[in-house]
Write a protein of this length. Structure first.
Length: 235
């Protein structure tokens, strides 16, 4: 694109007239500033004014470049923008779009797709880990259930043994009480036997003494009972 040929004096006068107007438009346009994008055009030159006769401030913004929209003129078909480097100028409005170009959207979609795939892979890996943990928990749960059954069986055995032990203990106490009673009876019987034996010995001694006295009585009295030979002769 050719640069418009103007005299220095004319350009200076034009600049003195246009610059205040541009300043006013800039102030009013800042309140409505928003981000737009260079449309699907290879390069869009930025000019100092609304037309191809104005000088180029930037050789061309590549399609997809984000710029700030400062002002828009429907009559001229130009819009005033500001680049990220601070360059302000005019570009044809048809080069602007309210959303990124298809290539950038495709790149963004590809990045999002790649990120989604990565997240999906992470989720799948995590799901595999969770499945493994679930299998381990299921196995552990089965082991615990088996252990509970074993402990329940042991508890029943312990209860049975405890019941038998209680019965044995009660029977043992009963036998001890019976044994004590028998011991008491044996002691009573032993004392009675000893008393009887002592009485028997006493009776035996009394009998012996009686027999001895009887023998002595007979030995003394019997001679007196026999008749004398002298008396027989007199008779």
């Amino acid at each position: 694109m050719a640069r418009a040929v103007t005299s220095p004096r004319l350009f200076t006068g034009f600049r003195l007239l246009v610059l205040p107007l541009l300043a006013m438009l800039l102030v009013s346009g800042l309140a409505h500033a928003r981000t737009v994008y260079i449309d699907d055009t290879l390069y869009a030159p930025v000019r100092s004014g609304q037309g191809t006769q104005f000088r180029i401030l930037h050789n061309g913004l590549r399609s997809g470049t984000a710029v700030t929209l400062l002002e828009q003129s429907e009559e001229s078909g130009y819009s005033k923008i500001r680049t990220s480097q601070g360059v302000e100028g005019w570009v044809p409005t048809r080069y602007l779009t309210n959303q990124p170009i298809a290539r950038d959207r495709l790149d963004a979609a590809n990045r999002e797709l790649e990120q989604a795939r990565s997240e999906l892979q992470e989720l799948q890996d995590r799901m595999g880990e969770v499945s493994g943990e679930r299998d381990q928990l299921s196995s552990r749960e089965q082991e615990l259930e088996n252990r509970v059954e074993e402990l329940s069986a042991e508890l029943e055995d312990i209860r049975s043994v405890s019941s038998n032990a209680l019965n044995l203990d009660r029977r043992n106490r009963e036998l001890q009480e019976s044994n004590q009673k028998l011991k008491n009876e044996v002691e009573v019987l032993t004392a009675e036997v000893e008393r009887l034996e002592a009485r028997k010995e006493s009776d035996f001694m009394l009998l012996g003494a009686g027999l001895l006295i009887l023998g002595m009585f007979i030995a003394v009295v019997l001679p007196w009972l026999k008749p004398s030979k002298k008396n027989d002769t007199w008779a």
